[in-house]
Design a protein around this ligand. Structure first.
Ligand SMILES: CC(C)(COP(=O)(O)OP(=O)(O)OC[C@H]1O[C@@H](n2cnc3c(N)ncnc32)[C@H](O)[C@@H]1OP(=O)(O)O)[C@@H](O)C(=O)NCCC(=O)NCCS
Length: 150
């Protein structure tokens, strides 16, 4: 798990203007419904997210626009439609990075919570809620996501 950074400290250290946040929200909105994967990836990169090569990100994902710079998706990872990736938690007042490593697969509708890493070649089942790191090559499913035999 990545170290948690206090929400207020992070905002002070990396302030963002209203216009930057507005621009990111527009990118997020367009990316959700763009037809072509490469255009979606282009918009997510504009938003500040780090995206490797040959990555696929499906329709209607919600990827935390305000903290996109904390989200990394490595080469050849697949993020299916309606996945949610968040890098902040207002109730516990922290922000933390999210890392999706090479060739990982995130099933439709999964939720990836702040501070988690999805390992190389790992599989996250449809609808899973990932609250802890997923080791390389492991398949997890459910809420909270746990390893399954497959
Ligand atoms: C996670 C997944 C890859 C597992 O497939 P699998 O290895 O064939 O696993 P199985 O179907 O044998 O299931 C193993 C166990 O995990 C459970 N399970 C499988 N997928 C699950 C899921 N998404 N959520 C909760 N439990 C799940 C099964 O019910 C089964 O439980 P049991 O042992 O108590 O009967 C698959 O179920 C999945 O979610 N695929 C993603 C589909 C998707 O998102 N497609 C989007 C377009 S690409």
């Amino acid at each position: 798990m990545f170290k948690k950074i206090h929400w207020v400290d992070y905002k002070k250290r990396f302030p963002k203007s209203f216009f930057e946040l507005f621009f990111r929200k527009i990118c997020q909105l367009l990316a959700r419904f763009a037809f072509i994967n490469s255009f979606r990836i282009f918009l997510y990169r504009l938003m500040g997210m780090k995206v490797g090569t040959r990555v696929y990100i499906g329709y209607d994902c919600f990827i935390d626009p305000d903290l996109a710079e904390l989200i990394t998706i490595e080469d050849r990872a697949i993020v299916s439609f309606r996945v949610i990736i968040v890098a902040h938690d207002r109730i516990r007042e922290f922000v933390a990075p999210v890392l999706i490593k090479k060739r990982a697969f995130i099933g439709a509708g999964a939720i990836i919570t702040p501070g988690t890493t999805i390992g190389e070649n790992a599989i996250v089942g449809a609808g899973a809620v990932v609250t802890k790191d997923v080791p390389d090559g492991t398949t997890v499913a459910g809420n909270p996501a746990k390893p399954i035999n497959s």
